[in-house]
Design a protein around this ligand. Structure first.
Ligand SMILES: [Zn+2]
Ligand SMILES: [Zn+2]
Length: 138
């Protein structure tokens, strides 16, 4: 009997053997969890494209654009005015070290904003739709 298993993180069907099905995660998400990398799963309400920050999406935040040096302004004056821009990785599923670091910093900023109840939006690079990060994406 073959049960259909779905990864708790990326919600993709787990096709690999059940021996590798660990704690409800697919092997990719399991490996990622072991690295301690944070991820945020997004689905565009406009074009239905799925992005996973920290895995296969590149994010550019207004804080980064405005201030290349110094501290990040999580929930600062720019938050809510300009959305983060989320686009696909150049090589599908592969981010370079710099992009991984950028994603991790952006995820930190987004999570902080959500914790403090600050509205924060992102724009889909593909269709341009601006939408809020929602709590169920974290
Ligand atoms: Zn997964
Ligand atoms: Zn879109």
């Amino acid at each position: 009997m073959k049960a259909e298993l779905t990864c708790e993180k990326c919600r993709q069907t787990i096709v690999q053997a059940t021996a590798k099905y660990t704690r409800g995660l697919c092997i990719r998400c399991y490996r990622l969890a072991k690295t301690g990398r944070k991820t945020i799963q997004l689905e565009c309400k406009g074009c239905c494209r799925k992005y996973i920050l920290g895995v296969d999406a590149v994010v550019t935040t207004p804080e980064e654009t405005i201030s290349k040096v110094g501290a990040w302004l999580g929930g600062g004056p720019t938050a809510g005015l300009y959305p983060d821009v989320v686009g696909p990785a150049e090589r599908p599923g592969h981010l370079n070290d710099e992009q991984i670091a950028k994603d991790q910093e952006a995820i930190r900023v987004v999570q902080e904003a959500m914790k403090s109840g600050t509205s924060r939006k992102w724009r889909c690079f593909k269709c341009g739709r601006v939408q809020e990060y929602s709590a169920d994406t974290l």
